[in-house]
Design a protein around this ligand. Structure first.
Ligand code: XIL
Length: 400
């Protein structure tokens, strides 16, 4: 395999190339799996980076980041020794704030806005010549205590629109896209149109989504406005139903002239169990018919039920990434894929339960293209291969 993006393997060809690659066999059962011999020996920099491979196909590849972890001054001075900071700059051509643009960090009090960390990330992205996604303007989680304590039916509209006006205006013209509303569909809540029962629904009613999108469009006419959700990837009955409800929402938006440009598919995937397939592909094509782009916004592959050690986890994760990205990136209206973090050291999956592992063997999960030591895993190679296999070269989308 070279770093130039020349190699093109189907999974079978890929596995068959035993001079370079070793397949570890059917470790995950359903998928089979492959792994790469010594992925840590692979050159990941320059032309070998995910960033370069994505740019060559006109795609954006990126990651969620915590600006607190970045040595931005060192990077600005051209002499950061911090490997994590270097990794983010080298691998991603788009970033999203894992938490810094959510209400919690941005809104310490009802009257104040704290853009410190979000602005640090913007500065870094500018230095590293990266695009930025905003995440998010309206969600039911990470809402400050003062909001739940003081919002009521009389003031909720004003609180929501004021937040969106100030925040979207702060970043006006600088963002690639905004997740305007996050996770608003939950059919099991039993509300009309499958809407989730949230503080915003309770206080404003079903129109809060439209209100959020119209307010965001007025405050930042350049950002691509996105509806973002999870649990819409699989062909299971529950996820198929949720996907259908998201389509209903998108069609209603389009019919009413609500400004929306994209739908975000979070893509928190599971290495075991059912995998995404035809339903998601049809969903992406339905979005295309509405002139909507589809962004893969928060991809990772949990390994809580993968039996075996690190190699087994890596093989299973890599197989899921390869199949998934080949499925979605084959669609011409999917120009972006971001992972939710880039190293297992910083994955939310390893932090969800504090220091307690989600795995029976107590081991850490390995859901991302780099491991705890910032070494590339088989998932890195899978991502790169899937990016290379994208058959549509898009233009005018990516930065190098
Ligand atoms: C998660 C972050 O990764 C965690 O660090 C935080 O504690 C909770 O939120 N869907 C989303 C993201 O849209 O904002 C979530 O991020 C993960 C699920």
């Amino acid at each position: 395999m070279t770093d130039t993006g020349k190699s093109r393997f189907t999974r079978r060809q890929f596995c068959g190339n035993s001079a370079i690659l070793g397949c570890l066999g059917a470790l995950t059962g359903r998928l089979g799996a492959w792994a790469v011999d010594s992925p840590s020996a692979i050159s990941t920099n320059g032309a070998g980076s995910l960033r370069a491979h994505a740019a060559a196909r006109g795609l954006l590849y990126g990651t969620a980041v915590m600006p607190q972890l970045l040595d931005i001054d060192g990077f600005a001075a051209g002499k950061t020794a911090d490997p994590y900071t270097q990794l983010i700059a080298k691998q991603a051509n788009i970033l999203v704030a894992e938490t810094s643009m959510k209400w919690g960090p941005l809104r310490p009090t009802p009257d104040t806005f704290d853009f410190t960390q979000a602005d640090r990330m913007m500065r870094f992205a500018s230095l590293a010549d990266q695009r930025v996604r905003g995440h998010n303007l309206c969600w039911h989680e990470n809402v400050p205590g003062w909001l739940t304590a003081t919002a009521n039916k009389d003031n909720a509209r004003q609180i929501l629109t004021h937040h969106i006006e100030v925040v979207a205006a702060h970043f006006r013209g600088k963002l690639h896209s905004w997740d305007v509303v996050n996770e608003a569909i939950k059919p099991t809540d039993g509300l009309p149109d499958g809407l989730r029962k949230t503080i915003w629904f309770d206080l404003i009613g079903p129109d809060y989504l439209e209100l959020a999108f119209r307010t965001a469009a007025a405050a930042d006419p350049q950002a691509k406005l996105t509806y973002n959700d999870y649990g819409i990837e699989l062909d299971t009955p529950a996820q198929s139903e949720k996907r259908a409800k998201v389509l209903v929402l998108l069609r209603r938006f389009k019919a009413k002239g609500v400004p929306i440009h994209a739908v975000g598919v979070q893509s928190h995937l599971d290495a075991t169990g059912p995998q995404p397939g035809r339903g998601l592909r049809e969903f992406i094509r339905e979005a295309a018919k509405m002139d909507l782009e589809v962004y893969i916004t928060e991809m990772d592959v949990n390994t809580h039920a993968v039996v075996g050690g690190p190699d087994a986890q890596d093989a299973a994760v890599a197989a899921v990434y390869l199949d998934y990205l080949r499925l979605v990136l084959a669609e011409p209206n999917v120009p972006i894929a971001l992972t939710w973090g880039i190293t297992s050291a910083n994955s939310w999956l390893n932090k969800l339960h504090g220091s307690q592992s989600t795995r029976a063997d107590g081991a850490r999960e390995r859901p991302l293209p780099f491991d705890d030591d910032l070494k590339p895993t088989s998932a890195f190679v899978a991502l790169r291969e899937a990016i290379d296999a994208t058959h549509t070269v898009m233009t005018g989308v990516a930065k190098s």
